[in-house]
Design a protein around this ligand. Structure first.
Ligand code: ATP
Ligand code: MG
Length: 353
């Protein structure tokens, strides 16, 4: 089911607005992540999609239908939360069948459906166990199967993996992707973990302070951040950020004077600082001084001093000595300028949102 928000705003108390005029469309059959720091309004957005919470203003559409006034039951969504919220006294099979029982689906049919779903999420060997004797990952699989039982128009997942350990999180995010692709159900996945969002989604909606910062593919977020927040939020190690005043005249011949005048902040990805000239992509050269140089396995990290500011690079070929001077080739891909408001005005593809 395609979901559209038109000028949706929300205030819990009538005075403080939490979400400000959200406009977006989630395409049918896709997996979209809502990503952002704690308190930015991810769960609130999901609750409005589900129908558990009504917007203060604006309209919500499922396909062409305005569902703003419909409740959660009418919208037929399946939800999974961080705490699995399974019924502890019911066996796995009965947990999955529960929504079907409530919907008065005949016994044989609900059993058949539940077994099929248990197979889909790979818990068909656990059907007679109670939730308490399952691992976290297994419990979350059961919760997903239960959410899918009523063939929902949408599957909504609010940080479903945050109670799991690191390894299981990775396994389960791949599983969620597989299940979504096998069922084709439009899925909206809330997380504050960029790695999770980058790996699982077709598109990512990044929220901050109740506003959509950017809604695009993972690759576009990284290559074409629409603003400084996105540039700093996406990417590991974090992008280097310094003021335009920290440059002398290194950029003068390479960036349009009008743009340089408007620029406030400079963002340089650690891989855009190279100690060797690759030719085509070099934008400018700068001179730095090595502060620290560390090697771990295949990784080489150098912390450099550039006019008194720190820059991190991960792209060193030579062995470096602390204190040595180091000329660097600034690569065009991974170099951005942002204006006073934080909007990207140089670097990346200019016409990408
Ligand atoms: N029931 C509520 N009543 C009043 N304010 C609320 C309520 N629920 C959330 N808020 C506020 O709305 C804002 C957004 O909350 P929300 O739960 O949507 O954030 P979130 O992005 O899901 O955060 P987290 O990553 O911590 O789960 C926060 O400032 C929060 O304090
Ligand atoms: Mg939340």
């Amino acid at each position: 089911m395609e979901v559209t928000f038109k000028d949706v705003s929300l205030s819990y108390d009538g005075s403080r607005e939490i979400l400000h005029r959200l406009n977006f469309t989630i395409p049918e059959g896709t997996l979209v992540s809502i990503l952002g720091p704690s308190g930015c309004g991810k769960s609130t957005t999901l609750m409005m999609i589900s129908g558990l919470l009504a917007p203060t203003s604006g309209h919500i559409f499922f396909g062409d239908e305005d569902v703003t006034k419909q409740d959660a039951l009418q919208r037929k969504v399946g939800m999974v939360f961080q705490n699995y919220a399974l019924y502890p006294h019911l066996k796995v099979l009965d947990n999955i069948m529960f929504p079907l029982k409530m919907a008065k689906v005949p016994k044989a049919e609900r059993r058949e459906k539940a077994i099929k779903l248990a197979k889909l999420v790979h818990v068909d060997d656990q059907l007679d166990k109670k939730p308490g004797s399952l691992s976290g990952g297994q419990q979350q699989r059961v919760a997903i199967a239960r959410a899918l039982a009523k063939e929902p128009s949408l599957l909504l997942l609010d940080e479903p993996l945050s109670n799991l350990d690191a390894r299981l999180r990775i396994e389960m995010r791949q599983e969620i992707r597989r299940i979504q692709q096998e069922t084709g159900v439009t899925t909206i996945f809330v997380t504050h973990d960029q790695d999770e969002a980058l790996h699982i989604s077709d598109h990512i909606m990044v929220l901050n302070s109740g506003k959509i910062q950017q809604f695009s593919s993972a690759e576009t977020l990284y290559d074409n951040p629409s603003n400084l927040f996105i540039a700093q939020f996406i990417g590991e190690p974090v992008i280097n950020t310094i003021d335009i005043e920290d440059f002398d005249d290194e950029l003068t011949d390479h960036v349009d004077a009008e743009i340089l005048k408007r620029a406030k902040k400079v963002g340089i990805r650690p891989e855009a600082l190279q100690d060797h000239d690759t030719g085509a992509d070099t934008l400018a050269t700068i001179t730095t001084k090595v502060k620290t140089f560390e090697k771990f396995g295949r990784e080489k990290n150098a912390l450099l001093d550039f006019h008194g500011k720190r820059l991190l690079t991960t792209e060193i070929e030579a062995e470096l000595a602390e204190g040595q001077e180091l000329p660097l080739y600034l690569q065009k891909s991974g170099f951005y300028l942002f204006d006073q408001e934080g909007t990207r005005i140089f670097g990346g593809d200019q016409d990408v949102e």
